[in-house]
Design a protein. Structure first.
Length: 246
């Protein structure tokens, strides 16, 4: 009789009760996997805790996801990566999440520097959420503006690859930088643009004694928003190596 009752209890218990606390199931997008960051941090976590993290496809049932939803965790490869905890009662998951949030985990992420170039940096959750600014411009219009006003210096799409000035990064390369949105949103104030660029209603007119050395570029705030919307739709360039920039 006791054996029968025990069997019934076993059947009624959720499968999660038998989950291995020493194994954490993780899904992360291929774009993050290809950077090599997970190969850097996961063995270090396992070495310290004896908890193994196994990576599973998007369709699998997992304990943790790293992607575009959830708590901001770190930034790099052109975006902020977020942590979504799907199995908060799993002991291994708790240890993994606590480690990622800890100073040791954050330092391990920051220490990933292939060829000496740091690719990722931890972010403060409150600051990351506060800094999110919606991009609401017309991407199609932004593409037209890029072709009309940016092409003389930058390649702005696949069709214009090789155009512009050879030493000037393409839009695809700029899109691959973690701070791409800031670079584009404030480009008119970043050298060398102030010498020949004006944002209507924002920047002062050129000094009559110091005119633009080349044909000036003029944009309205709405055109700048459209340009941002276009760049946001672009895939980041696959550089195959860490990006060196100032």
């Amino acid at each position: 009789m006791l054996k029968r009752v025990f069997a019934i209890v076993l059947i009624c218990l959720p499968l999660a009760a038998f989950a291995d606390d020493r194994v954490v199931r993780l899904h992360a997008p291929q774009a993050l996997v290809e950077t090599g960051l997970l190969e850097h941090i996961l063995p270090r976590f396992s070495l310290k805790t004896q908890v193994r993290v196994t990576q599973l496809p998007e369709t699998a049932e997992v304990d943790v996801r790293i992607g575009q939803t959830g708590e901001p965790l770190f930034e790099g490869a052109g975006q902020v990566w977020r942590l979504e905890v799907l199995n908060p009662d799993h002991a291994g998951t708790v240890r993994f999440v606590d480690w990622l949030r800890s100073e040791v985990g954050r330092n391990t992420v920051a220490a990933f520097a292939p060829e000496g170039q740091t690719l990722f940096a931890p972010v403060d959750a409150d600051a990351a959420d506060a800094e999110v600014v919606a991009i609401t411009g017309d991407a199609a219009l932004g593409h037209e503006i890029a072709l009309a006003k940016c092409l003389r210096c930058h390649a702005v799409d696949a069709a214009t690859r090789g155009s512009g000035i050879g030493s000037t990064p393409s839009f695809g390369v700029l899109r691959a930088m973690p701070d791409w949105e800031t670079r584009f949103r404030d480009f008119y104030a970043l050298n060398p643009h102030p010498a020949f660029t004006q944002l209507v209603g924002v920047t002062d007119p050129f000094n009559a004694d110091r005119p633009s050395p080349i044909a000036p570029v003029q944009l309205t705030p709405d055109e700048l928003e459209a340009l941002l919307a276009y760049v946001a739709t672009m895939p980041a360039a696959d550089l195959g190596a860490p990006i060196a920039h100032q």
